[in-house]
Ligand binder design. Structure first.
Ligand code: E4P
Length: 214
């Protein structure tokens, strides 16, 4: 299972990358805005640190605009993945870009049929937002199971990228369902590692070590 960080903050990305278990990065316009830096600065900082796939989102909502933005974004590096919203022109752009060999991450997916259409358009990744579905009293993880099943039925190559992850349980369920990737905020990456029994066990070991004659 691949682990991406869902962040545009270079300090978070660097710290996660230094652990050696980071496979890629996803960004979105809200995450970039939070940095207070220009888009270009943010992109260059990230690409200096990460070799794996880095999703950069277009902000155009029409086909021509998306294609123009994608043409510019791919120039930043070979590992750039174009993030396209799941709307009609987005599907059209996904098909056109995929046909040219450009990797597309189709974002803002909230239904299994949206995911099916994105896969048919040749998306490299589909990003279903589980946390935002939970927020409106839907079962976000049920969507992941449906997409995993549908893609399995028809052997689609599109990778299921679980997005809007809010806690380690989302990650656990995604792993049990066989999702290909989870993109996880920095705080949740920390929660994946932490266990109180590990901390108290370590404290005890270190205290006992002091008693060993030196
Ligand atoms: C996915 O690619 C998005 O960047 C992200 O996971 C959205 O998460 P949020 O619902 O916590 O904003």
């Amino acid at each position: 299972m691949k682990l991406f960080i869902d962040s545009a903050d270079i300090n978070e990305i660097r710290e996660a990358a230094e652990m050696g278990v980071l496979d890629g990065v996803t960004t979105n316009p809200s995450l970039v805005a939070k940095t207070g830096k220009t888009f270009e600065t943010v992109v260059k900082e990230i690409l200096e640190v990460v070799d794996g796939p880095v999703s950069l989102e277009v902000v155009s909502t029409d086909f021509e605009g998306m294609m123009r933005e994608a043409d510019d974004l791919v120039k930043y590096g070979e590992n750039v993945v174009i993030k396209i919203p799941l709307i009609r022109d987005g599907i059209k752009a996904t098909k056109a870009l995929s046909d040219k060999g450009v990797k597309v991450n189709v974002t803002l997916c909230f239904s299994p049929m949206q995911a099916l259409i994105a896969a048919k358009a040749g998306a490299a990744y589909i990003s279903p937002f589980v946390g935002r579905l939970d927020d409106i009293s839907h079962d976000g993880m049920e969507l992941i199971q449906q997409i995993v099943d549908i893609y399995g039925n028809y052997m689609f190559d599109t990778e299921v990228l679980v997005a809007s992850v809010r806690n380690p349980i989302h990650m656990l369920e995604a792993a049990l369902m066989g999702a290909d990737v989870a993109t996880v905020p920095f705080k949740v990456i920390g929660q994946l590692i932490k266990h109180p029994l590990t901390d108290s066990g370590l404290q005890q070991f270190l205290a006992d070590w002091e008693k060993v004659p030196k």
